[in-house]
Design a protein around this ligand. Structure first.
Ligand SMILES: [Mg+2]
Length: 110
């Protein structure tokens, strides 16, 4: 598998949490992995003061971003959408806000 769509197809139907469903598990895992990305960036700040990023640090962050993408994709799939569906919805929302001049402000439906 080389794309998120291929992974969705391969993973679809796998059941981790049984009758309670996988959606909460994936949402929590996504937050955990996003925290791991932030932790590695924090260590770059703490240890290198945002100096030049070495290969080991870049690859560590890359790997955690991969974990984020995995759980993001699984979360989307668990509610019946592909990652592409979610990105398409984001682009439509972003375009609508730009056209309406509502990029700033509050509310999901501005
Ligand atoms: Mg991880």
């Amino acid at each position: 598998m080389t794309t998120l769509d291929e992974m969705d197809s391969e993973m679809r139907g796998r059941d981790f949490m049984g009758e309670i469903g996988d959606t909460p598990y994936y949402a929590l895992a996504l937050c955990g992995e996003a925290g791991e990305v932030a932790e590695k960036v924090k260590k770059w700040l703490r240890d290198d003061r945002y100096g030049p990023m070495n290969t080991e640090r870049r690859e560590g962050i890359r790997d955690e971003i991969g974990d984020v993408l995995f759980y993001l994709s699984r979360l989307a799939d668990s509610i019946g959408y592909s990652t592409n569906d979610c990105f398409t919805a984001y682009v439509a929302k972003s375009n609508r806000r730009r056209e309406n001049g509502t990029q700033r402000g509050d509310g999901d439906f501005r």
